[in-house]
Write a protein of this length. Structure first.
Length: 561
């Protein structure tokens, strides 16, 4: 009897799957693709690190943990991640609190400044810091007269990563703070509590889970960052760069793969811990009964202080962008300040083909990523079948895998028969799609949770198939999630570096890889031009999406209004 009860749900789900041939075919195709482009590369990388000669051994990992260089890289990664996560979370919280709870003036401008770093190339801020604070920097050498200013290493990385990653904390915390019922704060104040005490005893405790989740997310982003450390890291070794150097520079595939796998351990753990924290209901205060008559505002002094803080941070962000623009027109930064267009001419000759290829691959992969993500979200959220949770897990797994590990696993898996794809456009598009797939899946699931399933059930009861219902009813209702996922997919495809640096070829190069190459040979003016062009293209794409769809910035980026 108990065995029958145990297998009855499984049998019912399997029966539902067999009733819809299109659904069954879709589920099988999705599982096949997820296994081929996520699990298979990961398994190949694991096998390389544990069995480089075909026989299981832990020799590679014993070498890693017995050498000071690698232990130092692990320690440095943790130290850097801890500092950056703390600073970025504080800045992100202040921005989110100022815009959602204190309601300071100039919110559209400050929100734009908080989101601007998201659309930048991964090492644009590192390039700006070199131009401003390097040995020939505008501030250090020109204004302060410092001959040997050294911005490389930990201090430079903390600056560029904090500025580049605080939007991650801001986007997470703005939703958390906006979800806190203002009636709780109002009730506390009606009972005689001052605003400062209300913040310490009501607002802050309710936001703590979100703060912790943001800290974890920034921490993982920091320790897996590749673009900034390889440019401005100097002698401050980090794990992501060491994995790249071992794999490509030293040619030690097992050791490079092992270092990438070590990056995978904390990122996967933190990813699922962060998801668990965010999904906890204990800190949600919206019950549907509150009138939400308004948000408790801060005192004028606090509002002024928050405005000044946000203004200074926004000025700092703008300074970096203006530096990139200025660097595009300066003959030789720090030595010859003559205005010139030579960098544009050189970039046109060297980078035009690469720019076209980068744009073409991003345009091809973007709709595929968005539609594939929403399809998985729809099937996982609306259908019941065996392996439903496994599908959702696999589709989100690539988000937790560091880009360095993805790139190494792809080059190992698809560099030989039967999947000899390295150096082709297909492997780059595939990497874009499955690397950015979790964005579309998560956004689609969140959107579908807000739509009553009864609408789709009514369509099916009237004779429409699941495919027709999805195309004509569900998809129009989740249009904002589709275009939001498409926008993020396009931005990430245009600014990718850590994964695709292993996959590019002479025929199919990427702009970020070319910018890195120009920076390494100290053609900073050319690198500035290429970074500037990338930013303009990305901003134009976002503007075009907003105009064509009528969606606002808060709908595209999922931030507070």
């Amino acid at each position: 009897m108990s065995t029958t009860l145990t297998f009855r749900p499984f049998r019912n789900r399997f029966y539902q799957l067999t009733r819809e041939p299109a659904l069954m075919a879709g589920v099988l195709i999705i599982f096949s693709l997820l296994c081929l482009f996520i699990l298979y590369p990961l398994f190949t990388a694991m096998r390389m690190s544990f069995a480089p000669d075909g026989v299981f051994t832990d020799e590679v990992y014993r070498q890693v943990f017995s050498r000071i260089r690698y232990l130092r890289a692990i320690r440095n990664s943790v130290v850097l991640g801890t500092i950056v996560a703390t600073l970025a979370t504080i800045i992100g919280f202040v921005f989110a609190f100022a815009l959602t709870r204190a309601r300071i003036g100039g919110r559209p401008f400050f929100q734009a400044m908080a989101l601007l770093p998201i659309i930048s190339p991964p090492f644009m801020f590192a390039l700006s810091v070199i131009l401003l604070f390097g040995r020939n920097g505008l501030i250090t050498a020109k204004l302060l007269g410092m001959d040997m200013a050294d911005i490389y290493g930990l201090k430079g990385l903390v600056i560029v990563q904090t500025i580049g990653m605080f939007p991650i904390a801001y986007m997470t915390l703005s939703g958390i703070l906006q979800g806190i019922d203002p009636d709780l704060e109002t009730s506390a104040m009606n009972l005689g509590a001052r605003r400062g005490r209300v913040f310490r005893t009501v607002t802050l405790p309710l936001a703590v889970p979100g703060i912790f989740a943001s800290w974890l997310l920034v921490f993982v982003t920091s320790i897996t960052d590749f673009g900034n450390p390889i440019i401005i890291g100097g002698e401050f070794d980090v794990l992501s760069v060491q994995a790249y150097l071992e794999f490509t520079g030293m040619g030690n595939l097992p050791r490079g793969t092992a270092l990438a796998i070590l990056l995978l351990v904390p990122t996967v753990f933190v990813f699922f811990l962060q998801k668990r924290i965010i999904r906890k209901k204990s800190y949600v205060t919206v019950t549907g009964k509150s009138g939400r008559r308004g948000t408790v505002t801060a005192t004028p002094a606090v509002r002024f202080t928050l405005t000044v803080f946000c203004g200074l941070m926004s000025a700092f962000v703008l300074m970096f962008y203006l530096t990139i623009i200025a660097g595009s027109f300066i003959k030789l930064w720090g030595i010859n300040w003559t205005l010139t267009l030579d960098h544009f001419y050189y970039s046109w000759d060297v980078g035009l083909t690469t720019l076209k290829n980068t744009l073409l691959l991003a345009i091809i992969s973007t709709p595929i990523t968005a539609f594939f993500g929403l399809t998985i979200a729809y099937i996982a959220e609306r259908k019941s079948f065996p392996g439903k949770h496994l599908m959702e897990f696999l589709s989100m797994l690539n988000y937790a895998i560091p880009g360095t590990a993805v790139g190494i696993s792809y080059i190992l898996a698809f560099n030989k028969a039967p999947f000899e794809l390295s150096g082709t456009a297909f492997i780059l598009i595939t990497c874009y799609v499955f690397r950015n797939l979790p964005i579309g899946v998560e956004g689609g699931i969140a959107a579908l949770k807000q739509i009553s399933a009864e609408i789709e059930e009514s369509s099916i009861n009237l004779g429409a198939t699941s495919n027709t219902t999805f195309r004509k009813i569900t998809l129009p209702l989740i249009r904002p999630a589709f275009f939001s996922g498409a926008t993020f997919a396009f931005v990430r495809s245009m600014t990718a570096i850590s994964a695709i640096i292993f996959l590019v070829s002479a025929r199919w190069n990427h702009m970020t890889v070319l910018i890195l190459a120009q920076t390494e040979i100290m053609r900073l003016g050319v690198a500035s031009v290429m970074s500037f062009v990338l930013i303009v293209i990305i901003m134009f794409f976002i503007f075009l999406i907003m105009k064509l769809t009528g969606l606002g910035r808060e709908q595209i980026f999922g931030t507070t209004k």
